[in-house]
Ligand binder design. Structure first.
Ligand SMILES: *Cc1c(COP(=O)(O)O)cnc(C)c1O
Ligand code: SF4
Length: 340
């Protein structure tokens, strides 16, 4: 069997003539907060002071298109524009969810019965300012192909595992060639019934859902579950809806997880619209996460009492399948902690 260690180089986006369009689009993403403000008709001063706090700005242009022009309070903008508050509270912990303690080997995490999580890529196509992984020491996962090989070996030996979760970073930033090799390996492990991808690419870079990607995902032995990440109904435009539709046509089960974020989606109207929009494009709301309290994100926090009330209000308006479960991640717990 071919080693996964052949091509570390194609993890990174390339702009070569034969690179797929999505990789060129990723290379063309906005990396400068001043430019981000300028393109949105906002005061450059908003982006001028550097508030990145060690987590660079990264906004792909398809996502930019959905941000309202000239509105500094736009809920999509708030997710991606570095804010002055990020540099505060630097004393807060950086690994609150206990990922490092749960590492089986670097890059392979098992916290819960029956499912393990493989960090298939250290890269994302967008940098979400509230992300709990903003401090993750990805440099330890640098030899990512070696991680995969030893990770897959560990998974092969553990027959209690029925599901492998590909996460990161974002597993769809990996090239088709390497993803296909990884999925072939997984398909060869009889006890793995499901492969789950936790990805934001179909949302922020829908061009990633190419015919090639679909043909390498479709028709596997393992059931494919795709957990996308949408926080606000306006993130789903027609292109994104099409991308979801193509993934569903190839048999994938589509779920959504959101993070409850102050100033983004902390209202019952906003959450109801998000659920309605998700259901209308074939995605089932799965989890609404309470924010993980890492350094630099506290300005996004919604108090737990407010969160519970929001879910109660939502339950009174929507069918049960459209109400996500409110969860918090606690280090050392046997599952997510269900709050409502
Ligand atoms: C959240 C998470 C999972 C998945 O949990 P589900 O409740 O099955 O969605 C698995 N492994 C790790 C490490 C996680 O953080
Ligand atoms: S895509 Fe996911 S992992 Fe990447 S920055 Fe956003 S929330 Fe974090």
């Amino acid at each position: 069997m071919a080693s996964l260690a052949e091509s570390v180089s194609d993890v990174r986006p390339t702009t070569g003539a034969d690179a797929p369009g999505w990789q060129a689009e990723l290379a063309d993403a906005i990396r400068d907060p001043v430019e981000l403000c300028r393109l949105l008709g906002l005061d450059a001063e908003l982006g001028r002071r550097n508030h990145e706090a060690g987590f660079a700005t990264l906004v792909p242009r398809p996502f930019l298109k959905r941000i309202r022009f000239g509105d500094p309070t736009d809920p999509l903008l708030r997710q991606v524009l570095p804010a002055p508050e990020e540099t505060q509270g630097a004393e807060a912990p950086t690994d609150v969810v206990g990922d490092l303690a749960a590492e089986v080997i670097p890059g392979l995490i098992q916290k819960y019965h029956g499912r393990a999580l493989l960090m298939a890529s250290p890269h994302c196509a967008v940098h979400c300012r509230y992300c709990f992984r903003r401090h993750f020491p990805y440099e330890n996962v640098a030899e990512i192909d070696a991680t995969w090989s030893s990770g897959i070996e560990a998974i092969r030996k553990d027959a209690t595992l029925s599901e492998l979760i590909l996460s990161g970073g974002d597993p769809l930033t990996v090239s088709d060639r390497r993803l296909s090799r990884l999925l072939d390996w997984i398909d060869g492990i009889g006890h793995l019934r499901r492969v789950r991808l936790h990805t934001r690419l179909p949302v922020v870079l829908p061009s990633r859902v190419t015919g090639d990607l679909l043909s390498l995902l479709c028709g596997r032995n393992a059931t494919i579950v795709i957990v996308v990440h949408v926080n606000h109904a306006r993130e789903i435009d027609e292109e994104v809806a099409d991308a979801f539709g193509r993934l569903r046509e190839c048999g994938a089960l589509l779920l959504n997880q959101s993070v409850l974020l102050r100033g983004v989606n902390d209202g019952v109207e906003t959450l109801a619209e998000l659920s309605e929009r998700l259901v209308s494009v074939g995605v089932t709301p799965y989890y609404l996460h309470q924010l993980d309290r890492v350094a630099g994100v506290s300005h996004f926090e919604v108090p737990e009492t407010t969160a519970r009330r929001l879910i109660e209000d939502l339950s009174r308006r929507l069918p049960g399948y459209a109400v996500p479960r409110l969860v918090r991640e606690e280090a050392g717990a046997a599952s997510k902690t269900f709050l409502a």
